[in-house]
Ligand binder design. Structure first.
Ligand SMILES: Cc1cc2nc3c(=O)[nH]c(=O)nc-3n(C[C@H](O)[C@H](O)[C@H](O)COP(=O)(O)OP(=O)(O)OC[C@H]3O[C@@H](n4cnc5c(N)ncnc54)[C@H](O)[C@@H]3O)c2cc1C
Length: 538
């Protein structure tokens, strides 16, 4: 049995960042990844040969704190993000909206739909920024064990209360609204135009098994809108040069440079526990590896319900994990294009800012809700929503000259599609996405030279995204902060001593943020220091 200081299960970006931090602290670390490649959901694939690089699953960066990028010297390992262009919404009536997230400049665009909405827009942004300023730093704070009476936990709760001292009665009320309201109800307080509401609602439903009418979607909007977590300004949304796989490659290179060993094709089958303490892992091959610290960077239902015997865990914790909701109804459609979309609303296939940011297939807020209601009633959306980007407009390394790669993040199909393959229906859904885009840009369908379709079943089976949820678990209010992924264990510990967790299903996760890995490794290193102090000879 080989002996290590720490074993990391899962070579997604969180596993790689955790390994890098632990190796940087001098630990002998090995990462065990089931697949033959690293990166998890942050990946670049080449399904159509060497000419095109496809950012197969996740496609844009934003929430990775500068601390991680600097600590791990990710830029030295090739990490580079190009800010994406404005959001563009073409509509079937020939109008369009081009939003740059600059309240003053966007006013003129919004006025095309409603003068009153345009007037209110800067105040809406100011309101959002005000609440975000107070809430955002919570993303970089380890959640305390709310309700625990242990002295150290009480201290953590006091620290949290102190950290929230910036809240006053008004901001507390606004934060409560954000956590509990639907994005539609929030937008109804500000805007009247269905197109403007649709444009502003998309951040509330991205990757979510919920339409804009569902309570809690206002928070999801905030999660995707946050710009500063008290760690310097986060990057605005952008395309990593070389696709999302280049982010994972940079994290892997950093981990290796600090001395971590990264093993692929090494699926873990069991986490080995004796007397409530972790002692290592067993691979599917039968090989066993020993370590006093094991970090699970896998979906929590894989970690706790497959890799551990339930009898090793408290019954209420098992019940929490069994009830963990991990649905999305997301389908990824990636295409190679021979030319850029020629929109009826704004004709022209020459490169224009409208091609360089998010292109939303969203006619109105009702369009979004109808797409969700279709899927909720058990059929794939007849008129799907899609968040599309063409990163090759700004990153020439991923497509040959003149051609492009487009990533279409589409919603919704029934979340139950995660359980079984749906080849015919999945392709039919992708056809509808293409047709809907072709209604707005007539050259679109004929410009497609290659297509890749990844549905919820493929996400679960091939990439370990249980239930097809893109964040390892829904970002609903009851699955956030001190509840993520279970009450009492949101501080990256688990009921098994020495076993820690840092997947996207822990606080700070929900995207390629690396925050779970950062906070988890801080916790591990603190626990090691305390243990060493307790073992001191005097
Ligand atoms: C379609 C899609 C689009 C998205 N778009 C964005 C986006 O644009 N921007 C953004 O920030 N986020 C996006 N996300 C979310 C983001 O990609 C994920 O939240 C994040 O990548 C998860 O990282 P992770 O390291 O926690 O887990 P993962 O990346 O899921 O890594 C977990 C790893 O564990 C491995 N594993 C599983 N079982 C075992 C086992 N038994 N033994 C060993 N290894 C195992 C898996 O193979 C996998 O490599 C998207 C996700 C999807 C699916």
């Amino acid at each position: 049995m080989t002996q290590h200081d720490a074993i990391v299960i899962g070579g997604g970006h969180n596993g790689l960042i955790a390994a890098a931090y632990l190796a940087r602290a001098g630990l002998d670390v090995v990462v065990l990844e089931a697949r033959d490649d690293l990166g998890g959901a942050a990946r670049t694939e080449q399904p159509w040969g060497p000419d095109f690089k496809v950012t197969a699953l996740s496609y844009v960066m934003s929430l990775m704190p500068p601390t991680i990028i600097d600590d791990l010297r990710l830029r030295d390992h090739g990490y580079r993000v190009i800010p994406m262009g404005p959001s563009y919404l073409p509509f079937p009536d020939g109008r369009s909206l081009l939003l740059e997230e600059d309240p003053r400049r966007d006013q003129a665009e919004i006025a095309k739909f409603s003068r009153r909405d345009a007037e209110r827009y800067p105040d809406y942004w100011a309101w959002l920024a005000g609440v975000a300023d107070v809430l955002a730093p919570l993303l970089l704070r380890t959640p305390p064990r709310l309700g625990s009476h242990r002295p150290t936990d009480l201290l953590d709760q006091l620290r949290l209360a102190w950290g929230l001292r910036g809240l006053d009665v008004r901001t507390t009320a606004e934060a409560t609204r954000l956590f509990t309201m639907s994005i539609r109800d929030v937008l109804d307080r500000w805007f009247t135009s269905p197109q403007v509401q649709g444009a502003l609602a998309v951040n509330g439903i991205i990757g979510t098994w919920a339409g804009p009418d569902e309570p809690g979607t206002a928070y999801v909007m905030m999660h995707h809108t946050i710009g500063d977590v008290g760690d310097g300004r986060l990057g605005s949304w952008g395309y990593p040069v070389g696709g999302m796989g280049a982010v994972a490659d940079a994290c892997a290179a950093a981990a290796r440079a600090f001395g971590a060993r990264l093993r692929t094709g090494a699926p873990v089958e069991r986490i080995l526990v004796t007397g409530g303490r972790v002692r290592g892992v067993a691979l599917a091959s039968g090989e066993e590896l020993a370590a006093p610290v094991v970090v699970a960077a896998t979906h929590p239902q894989i970690t706790f319900l497959r890799h551990l015997d339930r009898r090793e865990l408290p019954a209420d914790f098992v019940a929490d994990l069994e009830a963990w909701r991990s649905r999305s109804g997301v389908v990824k459609v990636n295409v190679a294009l021979s030319e850029l979309p020629d929109f009826l609303a704004d004709p022209g296939t020459d490169l224009h800012p409208r091609h360089t940011g998010a292109i939303e297939l969203c006619h109105s807020i009702d369009y979004l809700e109808e797409a969700f209601q279709d899927a909720r009633s058990g059929r794939a959306a007849r008129r799907p929503y899609a968040d599309c980007v063409i990163p090759s407009t700004l990153d020439p390394t991923i497509a040959p000259e003149g051609a492009h790669v487009m990533s279409m993040f589409c919603q919704w199909v029934p979340h139950t599609w995660a359980e079984d393959p749906q080849p015919g229906e999945l392709e039919a859904f992708a056809d509808r996405v293409v047709d809907a885009m072709t209604e707005l840009a007539p050259n679109f369908k004929r410009s497609i030279i290659h297509r890749q379709v990844i549905g919820p079943h493929e996400m679960a089976r091939d990439y370990g995204l249980v239930g097809g949820n893109i964040f390892h678990g829904e970002l609903s209010t009851d699955q956030l902060f001190h509840m993520r992924p279970a009450p009492g264990y949101a501080d990256y510990t688990t009921p098994v001593a020495g076993l820690y967790q840092c997947s996207s299903a822990t606080h700070g996760g929900g995207g390629v943020t690396g925050i779970p890995a950062l906070l988890c490794t801080r916790r591990i290193l603190r626990d090691r220091r305390r243990a060493a102090w307790r073992r001191r000879p005097w």
